[in-house]
Write a protein that binds this ligand. Structure first.
Ligand code: NAP
Length: 323
């Protein structure tokens, strides 16, 4: 595993971090299996873990707490997220800071997340939704500063809405945050336009999430794929999205190099970007943990393959189902 500097902090985080949403809420998750997968991640050098109160209302955070206690001699970086008070994902332009993150709500959920994990401090506390217009209201930043002074958190981040990389550029440029979490993968290359240059300039860390486009970029979805009704993916991969996602994945299948999976290609595409601090694939199966972590040592893709994949950028607009 290779490590990268996490923005302006002095943290060295693993190139492959760990996304902990699936194990908190997707169907088919089993806590014993999840703990085994997480421990394998630690054993193979993963040291950055992303969770949220919203991932099973604390279930995923509790797993992270267990992982920390099982590995007292290792520095594992913990990142979680405060849910919006109105419980609406994604954020909409008309939502106010008071609708989503008034100071008392911030304080309440930081404490709840600490209790869920049974720990005294999170390294990174993120807002689970964001509107760039909120940056001018200094109450959120003052509240986070207080929490830092109390030692409950060390750094502050925003988790940006799907397919809206523009909706955080001003906040990055404000100097008030340490990290952004956003979607960046073979399809979603648009953070390169405005957001990444701002992050480079301000030395803000970048957490690249959803590297497999929720599964499309593993090449394993088909137009017949289905999920149980209570699985979030059944509401995301509605026919309109599933059909076009599979078409876009099929278009890159001929580019997958021999002896490489599409998932490996997807991660190694992202590794080529030096602005990215860590990539956080969701992974519950042991072979997935092994394969994903191995991509760090394998390094970025061959330049010719990378250049071909650049042509498969797919700019999308948020819609009713995109959440
Ligand atoms: N608003 C937000 O802040 C937000 C939103 C979405 C995600 N996130 C964060 O980003 C993380 C990653 O996103 P995600 O989990 O939604 O989607 P993702 O990483 O794009 O895809 C996860 C899916 O890929 C499968 N997978 C993993 N490695 C694989 C491999 N090598 N080969 C084939 N399949 C593989 C996983 O299977 P198994 O689980 O069965 O191993 C899972 O079904 C989340 O866990 C969460 O921490 C944040």
């Amino acid at each position: 595993m290779k490590y990268r500097r996490f923005g302006r902090t002095d943290w060295n985080v693993s190139e492959i971090g760990y996304g902990m949403w699936g194990m908190g809420g997707w169907t088919g998750s089993d806590d014993t299996a999840s703990m085994e997968a997480l421990q394998l991640g630690v054993d193979l050098g993963c040291n950055f873990f992303d969770t949220a109160w919203g991932y099973g209302e604390g279930r995923s955070e509790a797993l992270l707490g267990r992982l920390l206690r099982a590995n007292p001699d290792k520095k594992l970086y913990t990142a979680t997220k405060i849910p919006p008070k109105n419980w609406k994902w994604p954020s909409q332009r008309e939502f106010s800071l008071d609708d989503c993150y008034p100071p008392d709500h911030i304080v309440e959920y930081v404490n709840r997340s600490l209790e869920n994990a049974g720990i005294e401090q999170y390294d990174l506390m993120q807002f689970h939704t964001w509107e760039d217009s909120w940056v001018d209201d200094d109450r959120w930043a003052n509240t986070m500063d207080d929490l830092k002074r109390q030692g409950l958190i060390r750094a502050v981040g925003i988790s940006m809405n799907r397919w809206e990389p523009w909706n955080g550029v001003k906040t990055v440029r404000s100097g008030l945050i340490d990290a952004v979490q956003l979607i960046y993968n073979i399809f979603d290359q648009n953070p390169e336009d405005e957001l990444f240059p701002a992050c480079d300039e301000m030395n803000v860390a970048v957490i690249a999430r959803v590297p497999f486009d929720e599964g499309t970029l593993t090449g394993k979805l088909t137009k017949e794929s289905t999920w149980p009704e209570d699985d979030w993916r059944s509401t995301y991969f509605v026919p309109e999205n599933l059909n076009s996602s599979v078409d876009h994945a099929d278009a890159i299948k001929p580019l997958v190099p021999a002896e490489m999976t599409m998932a490996e290609m997807a991660l190694r595409f992202i590794l080529a970007n030096p602005t990215v601090s860590t990539i956080i694939p969701g992974m519950r199966k042991l072979p997935h943990v092994r394969a994903n972590i191995a991509t760090s040592d394998a390094g970025p893709l061959d330049a010719a393959v990378h250049a071909e994949l650049k042509k498969h950028r797919w700019d999308r607009e948020p819609t009713a189902w995109s959440q």
